[in-house]
Design a protein around this ligand. Structure first.
Ligand code: UDP
Length: 325
């Protein structure tokens, strides 16, 4: 298939691109490089530097034989979205509206959407199934949910076929690509930054949550497993499967569990101090991925937190200051 990947210069988009190409697909990347990296663009893909908000540009790209779209391009920092919601509504929702509109005009009907566990907010039950109430607690989650609703409405209006993949905590790295955000807010790259001496400290955001050790529990999923889920999801989408599926490990690790595991993987004592809670952080987010297993035939190859940290560590050792290193 000829697939448009928006945000292919970003963390998950670059790794999904790698896997799509290895599965035999032709990939066209659109990225405005506002948060992505030119170095992360796969050499085997066709690259267009441009913005989704530019309707003429995106119609031109889609009109050149694109059969399906994987949409990653979005801002994704929860704390930034709380401080500056307009930035998120403009870019995330605006970009998706422009892209889906251009798909309607050019007759491209298949859409794989990079959604998030943040659509659930603070769930009543764990593990979270796709039928749980959708009540985001931050602007980032609200923009992703609004896009899921746009996709459902477009299905009714003109026959768009979409699958929304609700990621839990993507982590790890592939052979070629890893995580490089500015600013970096994610736990594992921050811990590895401390290990590699490019960061001075790790602050654990709160140890007074209602969890066994008082720190937040998350479901860390290897980005390589996310990538295989996308390859399967595109096949299933072409076969008529639509809707939303969770992508997680089904296993929760507290912040201190991750710090301990990183200590074992790297052979280093990791210093940290306890700070205040971070606004917008739900105490526990763990996925049920049964639907993804059943609908997509998805099997995780890298379930262990140690493998996730080990692969991330390899990448960060090669690029301690990110892609520019
Ligand atoms: N976290 C932390 N210190 C950090 C970064 C993250 O204690 O420097 C915690 C954060 O509060 C959350 C967990 O680690 O409970 C995972 O956060 P991350 O930002 O990696 O992912 P999120 O769950 O927000 O998507």
């Amino acid at each position: 298939m000829k697939i448009l990947v928006t945000g292919g210069a970003g963390y998950i988009g670059s790794i999904v691109t790698e896997y799509l190409i290895e599965a035999g697909h032709e990939v066209v990347i659109v990225d405005n490089l506002s948060t992505g990296h030119r170095e992360a663009v796969d050499e085997r893909a066709t690259f267009h530097h441009g913005d989704l908000l530019d309707g003429d540009f995106i119609r031109g790209v889609l009109g050149d034989g694109i059969e399906a779209v994987c949409h990653f391009a979005a801002f994704s920092l929860v704390s930034e979205s709380v401080a500056d919601p307009l930035k998120y509504y403009r870019n995330n929702i605006g970009g998706a509206v422009s892209l889906v509109g251009a798909m309607a005009e050019t007759g491209v009907e298949h859409f794989l959407f990079s959604s998030t566990a943040a659509v659930y907010g603070e769930p009543d039950e764990t593990p979270i199934t796709e039928d749980a109430p959708l009540r985001p607690v931050n602007a980032y989650g609200n923009t992703k949910l609004a896009i899921e609703r746009l996709l459902a409405d477009s299905a009714g209006a003109w026959g768009l076929k979409s699958l929304s993949l609700r990621y839990f905590n993507a982590a790890g790295a592939s052979r070629l690509h890893g995580e490089d955000h500015d600013p970096e807010t994610h736990l594992i790259p921050i811990i590895l930054g401390v290990v590699l001496g490019v960061r001075t400290e790790l602050i654990v955001y709160g140890d007074d949550y209602d969890t066994p050790d008082g720190t937040c529990i998350r479901d860390y999923i290897h980005v390589k497993d996310l990538a295989t889920a996308h390859v399967l999801a595109l096949e299933r989408l072409a076969a008529g499967v639509t809707g939303a599926v969770n992508l997680g490990n089904g296993q929760g690790f507290s912040v201190l569990d991750v710090v301990r595991a990183a200590g074992e993987v790297t052979g280093r004592e990791i210093p940290y101090r306890i700070g205040p809670r971070r606004p917008g952080d739900p105490p526990i987010l763990v996925a049920s991925s049964r639907r993804a297993e059943e609908l997509l035939g998805w099997e995780r190859a890298q379930p262990g937190i140690e493998t996730i940290i080990e692969d991330a560590y390899q990448w960060h050792r090669t690029y301690p200051h990110g892609y520019g290193s």
